[in-house]
Structures are given as C-alpha cells and as structure tokens.
Write a protein that binds this ligand. Structure first.
Ligand SMILES: Cc1cc2nc3c(=O)[nH]c(=O)nc-3n(C[C@H](O)[C@H](O)[C@H](O)COP(=O)(O)O)c2cc1C
Length: 156
C-alpha cells in the first residue's frame, strides 16, 4: 500500500479534559473510517501527533487538523512515504504527557524547532516500545482510564 507518515506539533488552545476527549473521539472515528493509525501525545503546552495511512487520507486529515481552532501554530516535522505502519493497531493512541524529552521551559525556548525529524521520530518510537512515564511537569488532563496509554485499538 501507498503508506504515508506525517508528524506535526502544535500549541493547544483552550486545553482541558473535555476538549481532549472530544478531539480523541472525533479522531478515532474518522481515522477508523480513513484507514489512519497513529499516536497523539499531549501536554498543556504542546500536541505532538503521528499519523500514518494512505497518502491522500493523511494529507486530507492534516488539512482538516490545520484548520482546527482547538490548537495553533501547526508545524509539520515529518512528511514522507514509509514501508510499514508503526502504530498499526491504534486508531489514535493517546499518551497523556508521556516520557517527555523536553521540559515546558525547553519547549518555550524553542527546543522543538531545534530538534531534527529523526529525534522527533525516535521520541515516538520510545513511546511505541513502552517507555511511558507520567513524569512531566504540567501534565495534561487524564482521560477516563486515568492511567497512561489509552486503550483504543483498531479491531482486527
Ligand atoms: C490535536 C488534534 C488532533 C486531531 N487528530 C485528528 C485525527 O487524528 N484524525 C482526524 O480525522 N481528526 C483529528 N482532529 C480533528 C480535526 O481537526 C477535525 O476537527 C475533524 O477531522 C473533523 O473535521 P470536519 O469537521 O472538517 O469533518 C484533531 C484535532 C486536533 C486539535
């Protein structure tokens, strides 16, 4: 399949658990429809999202996401064709403030802009391999499960 990966970051606007739950509900529903899988990492000061799927669907989803007024300053860090999915079983894995490599002050100081696409990709791969710990300052609101990774999987 023609598989495409996009990773972007953005700045949450009006960030609380109701907004986040709404985004995740919408994202998972649309992603199941569109054949998109991925992960959304969030904190009060940043969203970082990995999307994978057929290229036209990923591009259309990105366009919708860029127009969304629940966040600002969408920056695409990775956009490329890939051989296989990394988060294959997740309509949208949600990681509330996982093992952040940057503190809030580092983000505010431009750490994300200085990081390479490879570093950002590696960050997600750590998450994929279970390296999650809610040790971040200013963690985002927890969803109903309240504990780390949120278990919404694509039916097999
Ligand atoms: C941080 C964030 C992540 C989102 N992730 C997705 C996603 O993975 N898939 C998706 O279809 N929509 C996602 N959305 C929602 C879209 O921006 C959009 O509201 C939704 O796709 C419905 O678009 P429509 O009203 O134009 O049909 C996300 C929004 C935000 C703010």
């Amino acid at each position: 399949m023609d598989l495409f990966r996009a990773i972007y970051s953005s700045q949450p606007f009006g960030f609380d658990s109701a907004i986040l739950d709404g985004i995740l509900l919408e994202a998972r529903r649309a992603n199941l429809r569109d054949g998109i899988t991925g992960a959304l990492i969030c904190r009060a000061d940043i969203y970082l999202q990995w999307l994978e799927g057929p290229e036209p669907e990923v591009r259309k989803t990105l366009e919708r996401i860029e127009r969304d007024d629940r966040h600002l300053d969408v920056k695409v860090h990775v956009a490329k064709q890939v051989a296989e999915r990394t988060f294959a079983e997740w309509a949208m894995l949600h990681d509330p403030a996982a093992t952040w490599i940057w503190t809030q002050s580092e983000i505010a100081g431009g750490a994300l802009e200085r990081s390479t696409p490879e570093e950002i990709t590696e960050f997600f791969l750590r998450l994929r391999h279970g390296g999650t710990a809610n040790d971040a300052v200013g963690a985002c609101p927890h969803t109903a499960s309240g504990s780390g990774l949120d278990e919404t999987r694509v039916p097999s």
